[in-house]
Design a protein around this ligand. Structure first.
Ligand SMILES: [Zn+2]
Length: 422
């Protein structure tokens, strides 16, 4: 037999790992009896949530009196404050969108470092500098500005694979983000906000005086449109023929496809249209109104009390539903699987959802437990209930658990963690 387990022999790293996961990895010896993993591990499966204090609502809260006298968090990084000011100026249209590359160059740090500063500044921007409540469209716009900042968007002139300004990894992550947007916000809101962003970027391109050039040969044409103009809800198609995707801007207002543009004007008067690398995926919900209806973002719930069924809009919870996240272009997250969705509440009005899911890519795997509360209030300019809003999520990776309260931050952690691998 091995010698008796004794507190002095346990490595600090083991204690930290077990404290994070809540369960001993190797089993534990207690009162001279050994408790193997197979007895301990079924507990979380049976609903034991002790390792997720935010979810079950226990533990010491931030600002607790018992924490008095402890070391405070350090003051804000001045670079973050300066970046937040730049972001606010960009938000008001007083400067170009702020990019990680620009921040990295300014402070002489890596691009990843620049991105981290940008992310911190964005948080600062929304939590302390913005006083008015943001709409879902505003929050989505903020994320799109971040996501598309480095995308040159001139795919009509240059082939994206070679000259989008993005690395293969950045392109992959942009696709993942766009799918995440559609699952969190629905195709409609995503397409509406994308259109608003694209028009904003278009003004920049128009201002620089860029045109197609001396020959129509420079114009490659956008993705082909597989549908009729009557289903073009978000005006991605040519305004003349309604058959092809528009790829140039004429006279500052007319959005035409390649063949109509050729008939109407000369290449030196045609301004190329800005389009994200991932446009084909974004355009999809705008093109197919009928398909949108069949791809419902509702969940049916049967109440135990009276056996009646009610429908609830998924809202942000759509991010963690397999059938929603799997798009015609692929899954939202690699090897994503929903383990369980438990919808419960005191009555019709007060409904909560707890969703357990997992995803993995190569050697990285994530376990997700997220709780949502149902919000029946529609957003401005929208006619349906908002749906489930995230209240808290625990993401466990390599024995470490991190908590999130913002759905975009959760998506960020998952997309970065799962796609940012070699
Ligand atoms: Zn046309």
């Amino acid at each position: 037999m091995t010698k008796e387990h004794n507190a002095h022999e346990v490595a600090a790293s083991t204690v930290r790992a077990e404290a994070a996961s809540g369960y001993p990895e190797q089993g534990v010896e207690m009162h001279r009896r050994s408790w193997p993993r197979r007895l301990i591990l079924p507990r979380p499966a049976a609903g034991d949530r002790r390792e997720h204090p935010v979810v079950i609502g226990v533990g010491r809260r931030a600002g607790d009196r018992a924490d008095r006298g402890r070391a405070r968090r350090q003051g804000p990084d001045p670079r973050v404050v300066a970046t937040a000011v730049e972001l606010a100026r960009a938000g008001d249209g007083r400067r170009r969108p702020v990019t990680a590359r620009e921040i990295a160059a300014r402070y002489g740090i890596s691009r990843t470092g620049g991105y981290r500063l940008l992310k911190l500044a964005r948080k600062k921007d929304t939590s302390t500098m913005t006083t008015t409540a943001q709409t879902a469209r505003d929050r989505l716009m903020t994320r799109m500005e971040q996501l598309f900042a480095n995308d040159r968007g001139l795919g009509v002139l240059t082939r994206y694979a070679e000259d989008s300004g993005l690395t293969a990894r950045e392109r992959k992550m942009q696709y993942a983000w766009v799918r995440a947007f559609a699952t969190i916000h629905g195709g409609d809101r995503t397409a509406v906000v994308y259109r608003r962003y694209a028009r904003q970027r278009q003004k920049e391109i128009t201002r620089t005086g860029l045109t197609v050039g001396d020959s129509w040969k420079h114009l490659l044409g956008g993705p082909t449109a597989p549908t009729a103009w009557t289903r073009d809800l978000y005006t991605f198609l040519c305004v003349h023929c309604g058959e092809g995707f528009s790829c140039v801007l004429i006279d500052g207002t007319e959005r035409l496809c390649r063949s109509c543009a050729k008939r109407e004007t000369t290449p030196d008067k045609a301004v190329p249209l800005w389009q994200a690398v991932s446009l084909n995926e974004l355009a999809f919900p705008g093109q197919f109104r009928s398909e949108q209806k069949t791809k419902s973002r509702f969940v049916r719930v049967r109440f135990n009390t009276d056996g009646q069924e009610c429908e609830y809009k998924l809202g942000e919870a759509g991010f963690l539903f397999e059938e929603i996240t799997t798009t015609p272009y692929g899954p939202g997250l690699p090897n994503f699987r929903q383990i369980g969705a438990d919808i419960h509440g005191d009555g019709r009005g007060a409904v909560n959802a707890t969703i357990q899911a997992c995803a993995h890519n190569k050697d990285r795997s994530y376990d997700i437990i997220a709780t949502f509360v149902y919000d029946p209030t529609p957003e401005p300019d929208e006619s349906h209930p908002y749906g489930f809003r995230l209240t808290g999520a625990c993401l466990t990776h390599a024995g470490r658990t991190t908590e999130y309260t913002d759905i975009h931050d959760l998506a960020d952690a998952l997309i970065t963690g799962l796609y940012d691998v070699d």
